[in-house]
Design a binder for this molecule. Structure first.
Ligand SMILES: [Fe+2]
Length: 177
């Protein structure tokens, strides 16, 4: 029994472990997308770099929740990370998958926020709101704008090359504002 544990339900403890698994799976998917973007037939180094950074962010989210679990006296239980998709059809198709992934993660965060509210765990509710939920809606906006820009420039085009070079050299803000 943890000495630190106070007002921390098993429901929340389990939900944190599930969320850790989800963040790790997201990191894994982003590594797959990044590698696809870097393959010789796709060759989009801006998107390769962007998704490598996204993978790192997801790994940090998992780490944040592992630290939080320990802070509250819960037990970190890691799970098997599923193999991600790897046969992406196009750059746009892969970015659209990323949008769906971010929405799924957001849905899961909102679900565990309401679980924590039901358990009157206001400290964890606050942690989710300040460290996760805001960032999640920003990610959804950024990736949605990436898709709009990709639609604008079209498939294999000079526009796609310029889009990717801008992303590589100036970062996401130069693309999405
Ligand atoms: Fe995340």
């Amino acid at each position: 029994m943890s000495l630190a544990k106070q007002n921390f339900s098993n429901v929340v403890e389990d939900a944190i472990n599930q969320q850790i698994a989800m963040e790790q799976a997201a990191a894994h998917t982003y590594l797959s997308i990044s590698s696809y973007m870097g393959s010789d037939s796709v060759a989009l180094p801006g998107l390769e770099k962007f998704f490598r950074e996204q993978a790192e962010e997801e790994r940090e989210h998992a780490q944040n929740l592992m630290n939080y679990q320990n802070t509250r006296g819960g037990q970190v239980v890691l799970q098997t990370v599923p193999a991600p998709e790897f046969e992406w059809v196009s750059a746009k198709n892969a970015v659209e998958s990323a949008l769906q992934l971010e929405k799924d993660v957001n849905k899961s965060l909102l679900r565990i926020e309401s679980l924590a509210e039901e358990q009157n765990d206001s400290e964890f509710v606050m942690h989710l709101r300040t460290k996760f939920l805001k960032e999640q809606v920003n990610s959804i906006e950024d990736i949605s704008k990436l898709i709009t820009q990709l639609n604008r420039v079209g498939g294999d085009s000079l526009g796609l090359y310029l889009f990717d070079q801008t992303l590589l050299k100036e970062g996401i803000d130069a693309i999405v504002g």
